[in-house]
Every structure is written in C-alpha cells, then in structure tokens.
Design a protein around this ligand. Structure first.
Ligand code: HEM
Length: 561
C-alpha cells in the first residue's frame, strides 16, 4: 500500500511538537488510538519512524482510507450486495428449475459442484441417475443442463428429436482454445458445410487410389516392426499406439505419414495426449464449469494453449507447402481439397472455408482421430490381459479364418463373429468417451413431459447406455456374449453408441471401426501380450474420467507368436 507523503519514513522533517509527551495515562490512550488507526489501514506501528507526529499520522490514515468512507460502511454495503446477489440467484434457480426435470439442489454461483467428483465425472453422473431418474437437471457451473441416461432416453432425444437435440453445446475447455472456426464445436450452416466437405473428402481418400484399409494395414505393419524391436522386454505401449493411429489420420490430412521419431509426429501425439489428460481430469471439468474463473487460476489447463499451438504450427508449415505445390487437378489430401474449396468460395461472404477454419478442422481431425482410437487400443489390450481366455478365443478364430500368412482385411469381419463381438465389447466396456460431447437444444421443446428451453445444455451419458441393464445382461462385466446370439453369430445391440447418435454422430466412425478391427486382429495374429503382474492384480479402473476415460498406465511384454 502506498503511503501518503506526510507519512514517508524517509521524511527528514523534524517534528514540530512531541505528541508522546503528557501524563502517562494520556500517553497510553494516544498510543492505543494511534495503533488502532494504523491497524484499520493495515499498517503495524513498529514500521513508523520514531519521530512521526500524531497530527501527521491522522492525516496520513485519512489519506489512506480515501476520504470519509470508513471500512465498516464498506463492509456492510458489501455484505448487503452479496446477500442480494445470493437471493436473486436463488430465485432465478428456482424459476429455472420449475419446468426442468428434477435434480439435486444447486447452490448459487457454484451450481452442483458439491454433488460431483470432478476426477470421475462419469461415475458421479451415473450415481445421480440412481437418485433422480433417467433424465435429470444438473448445474455444471452456474447454468442448468439436462443429463440423459439409458438407451431409451438418449435415443428419444438424439435420434427421435435429432433436429432439436442436434446442436453442439458449449465446451469451453476446447472452444476457448480453438476459437469458433472449427467443425466439432460450431452449429448452423457453417457446421453443415464443413461436415459435408470433411465426410466427402474422407470418403474420397478412402475409396481413391490407395484405400484407407491399405493405409491402416501398412501402419499396422510399421507398428509390428516396432514391437518386434522391443524383443519381448516390458514396454509401455502408449506412445506406440498414439503414433501409429495418428499416422493414419496424418496421411489423410497431410498426405504423408511420419517416421516414428519425426519431431512433428512426436509433437502432434504429445500435445493431443497431454490435452486429453487435462480434459479428462479435475482441471478440465472445472474449466468447463467455470471458464472465466479458471482463466485466472494456475494449473495444468494453463499449458493447453501451448499444446494446441504445437499442432497449429505444424499445420501452418504443411499448409504453406501445399499452397506452393498445389495442382488443382490432382488434389493429394484433405489440405489440397480445402485449399481448392477456399478458392472456389472467394466471392461467398458467408463461406465456411477460409484459412482459420482449415487449421481448426485439421486440429479436429487430428484430435478426434488420434486419442480416441489409440486409447481404445491401449485400454483394450489391458482388458485382454486381464481376460486372456478371450484373447485366446480371438486368436483361435483369427488363425482359422485368416491364417498366419496374410494380413487381416475388413472383409474378414463377417466370418469372425467372436472377434467382432469381442471388439464391440471392448469398446463398450472401456467407454473411451463416457459423457460424449455436449449437445444443446436448437429451439424450445417438450421432452418426456418437460418443457426444455432453447439453448439448454444436454449431456448424453453414453456410459449409462453402455451399462443399461435392459440391453446388457451383465452390464458391469466384460463379456463378448453381449454381442453374440445363442448360435454364436454376431448380434447387433442398439444400445451400442460409442460414437454418439443422430445428426452429430462421430464423423470418423467408419474409419475408427476399420482401424480397431485391423489393429486388434493384426496384433493378435502376430503377438501375445503378457502382463508384468499377475492378471488378478490388473486394475481396470480409469485413472481419470472427464472428456475421456483414461486407462491406468501399464507395461507389458509383447512377444511374437
Ligand atoms: C473409437 C474411436 C472414436 C470414438 C469413440 C469417437 C467418439 C465420438 C463421439 C462420442 C462424438 C460426439 C458425437 C455426438 O455428439 O453425438 C464424436 C464426434 C466427432 N468425432 Fe469421433 N470418435 C472416434 C474416432 C474418431 C475419428 C477417427 C475421427 C477422425 C476422423 C473423429 C472425429 C470426430 C469429429 C470431427 C467429431 C465432431 C462431429 C460433429 O460435431 O459433427 N472421431 N466422436
């Protein structure tokens, strides 16, 4: 606190009179008064120069107080203001809650923070379902949202009322870092154009000269070479899965894969992994609930921009190269197609295709296409080590249908019901995105007897669909029979929604399904995955659960068969 000039300890001015003189009783009173004055402005009297006079001191205290307003007046006004805010906020909550589904009572400003475990949001939401039913209201922050649980409730909203529940909801932990120019977090015409374009381009490159299947098979072979080099010693497979899966999407976007040690691939996988971990932990959940507050607090979320920027830098370098070498007649990849589209739409003022939307959609594809699939592989092999009898049955079918001398292909899937069922069950059981991405209502609507206003935040709890006892006989168990009929044929289960549902369903679903089938079968065809601890001690509980379920870190021996 800055002191007024008359209180400066550097003052060389001699006191004009000595205030400490007088009867001892008076002296004591004066000193007490002086101490009290000092205390009210937060100064301890031992910091005073010994020669300061009482008159100057009082003037100084008045100066610091800033006029006639004394501290208790300010305090009373502050308390009144806070109480009014709390009352207004409580009234607003009561009015909002009247038409919405039931739910735990929120507190003003913090909402239902006290009712959830920010480290394990999926489990918290599942627990609240048991108390409040399949559709409930939850304040994840100061604004209300509804949580949809179980297959029927999710289907009725996302599929039966696809238009109304089809908008993307607010998701600050992404949006505040990537801005509003991407595909996954925009709505309206811009989203429609970007999505249509991305789907078409992915399809074209999948059905073009080198099919997507070939790209994945090639990447799986590179991965197997890397695994062979580990010579059966214990390794943490995280980085291997991240690099191989990222290369699949990189070859579609950038037109080429990267060497495993290439610093660009390392930067892409490292930045996506780190952001996924933050988004799946306490900090990510808190950021989504209180973005403005979190911007001022330290924590791992402060590093997220740096990680997103790492991807933008790599994209910028590649976009420049593509611009310099573009042949509009022969587009090589996603970037070429986008650059051509930008040129075509130069005169359209409302176009969705411009430089920023190119770099942001690249980010969407890399993020969406890397961490989801690689986490599924990483988690999946951990589950298979806990249940080796399932891995053995898959291997037996792989050996019988494919043999050892050729690569697995997607067309083998229809002849491999057990493997297909086991992979579906692995995806269900691991639940990589347990709460999906948020939706919001595009207009006022009636849903299950409740009047839901336009713009209401909607959380489809995919974990609850995958644990729905009406659709799974043993929802908490890992059991491939969930996807097999009595005769051992593959049985489709409607309550299998790992990619969401409706018009915002995951854009990469078919690519992801192809990748998971080809990676699981190729790896099991050629390797045995052995845990370094007894299988009974393998803990499958995720270490963090927010945007994603993060599997425990583990090591295993990958031994050629
Ligand atoms: C096992 C792997 C994957 C899982 C579990 C998964 C899951 C999801 C889910 C739950 C959503 C939200 C859907 C909704 O709102 O209903 C989503 C959206 C999205 N995913 Fe995936 N995904 C996977 C792989 C991929 C891949 C490989 C790509 C890249 C091509 C990708 C790109 C996207 C994009 C761009 C969106 C936003 C779509 C939109 O808003 O229109 N995902 N994903």
């Amino acid at each position: 606190m800055e002191l007024c000039p008359s209180y400066s300890s550097q003052s060389s001015e001699k006191p004009t009179h000595n205030t400490w003189t007088g009867a001892p009783d008076q002296q004591w009173k004066r000193r007490a008064n002086v101490r009290w004055s000092l205390h009210t402005v937060g100064i301890s009297d031992n910091k005073l120069p010994s020669n300061i006079c009482c008159r100057k001191l009082r003037a100084c205290v008045r100066g610091i107080r800033g006029g006639n307003m004394d501290w208790y007046g300010t305090l009373v006004l502050t308390i009144i203001f806070c109480v009014l805010c709390i009352i207004m906020s409580s009234l607003k909550i009561l009015k909002e809650k009247a038409s919405l589904p039931p739910g735990p009572m929120p507190l003003p400003f913090i909402g239902n923070l006290l009712q959830i475990n920010t480290k394990d949001i999926g489990a918290s939401l599942m627990k609240l379902k048991d108390e409040y039913g399949l559709v409930y209201t939850l304040y994840l922050g100061p604004k209300p949202g509804i949580v949809l649980c179980g297959y029927d409730a999710v289907k009725e909203a996302l599929i039966d009322q696809s238009e109304v529940f089809g908008d993307r909801g607010d998701y600050p932990v992404f949006l505040n870092f990537i801005g509003e120019h991407d595909l996954a977090f925009t709505n309206g015409e811009r989203w429609k154009s970007l999505r249509r374009f991305a789907l078409l381009t992915l399809r074209n490159f999948g059905m073009g000269k080198r099919s997507l299947e070939e790209r994945i098979q090639e990447e799986a072979q590179f991965l197997m070479e890397e695994f062979k080099m580990t010579k059966g010693t214990p390794v943490n497979p995280t980085k291997y899965f991240a690099r191989t899966v990222s290369n699949v999407i990189c070859s579609i976007v950038f037109g080429n894969r990267f060497n495993y040690e290439d610093k660009r691939l390392l930067a892409i996988t490292e930045s996506i992994y780190n952001n996924f971990i933050v988004m799946s932990g306490t900090w990510g959940t808190l950021y989504n609930m209180y973005p403005k507050l979190m911007e001022h607090l330290p924590g791992p979320h402060k590093r997220m921009q740096k990680y997103f920027d790492m991807i933008y830098d790599i994209s910028a370098e590649s976009i420049k190269y593509h611009k310099d070498t573009l042949d509009p007649e022969n587009p090589r990849d996603y970037i070429d197609c986008f650059l051509i589209k930008i040129k075509e739409e130069t005169d359209n003022l409302d176009t969705a295709f411009y430089a920023k939307s190119l770099s942001r959609t690249i980010q969407n594809l890399l993020f969406g296409g890397t961490e989801t699939v690689s986490t599924n592989l990483r988690y999946g092999f951990l589950v298979l080590m806990k249940y080796p009898e399932v891995a053995e049955k898959m291997q037996e079918e792989i050996d019988r249908v494919i043999g050892k001398n050729r690569l697995p292909s997607v067309s083998d899937r229809s002849d491999m019901p057990y493997t297909d069922a086991a992979i579906h069950e692995l995806i269900r059981f691991c639940d990589v995105l347990p709460v999906s991405l948020p939706r919001c209502t595009s207009r006022d609507t009636f849903y299950r007897g409740y009047s839901i206003p336009k713009g209401t935040h909607v959380t489809p709890l995919l974990a609850s669909v995958h644990r729905d006892p009406k659709h799974y006989t043993q929802p908490e168990e890992f059991n491939p029979n969930h996807f097999l009929d009595d005769k051992g044929n593959f049985r489709k289960n409607d309550a299998h929604m790992p990619f969401g549902a409706g018009k915002r369903i995951c854009l990469g679903e078919s690519l992801a399904r192809m990748e998971l089938f080809l990676y699981f079968t190729s790896l099991l065809q050629n390797f045995n995955f052995k845990p370094v601890i007894p299988k009974e001690e393998i803990d499958l509980k995720p270490t963090g659960s927010g945007l994603g379920n993060v599997p425990p870190n583990y090591k295993c021996c990958i031994i050629p068969r």
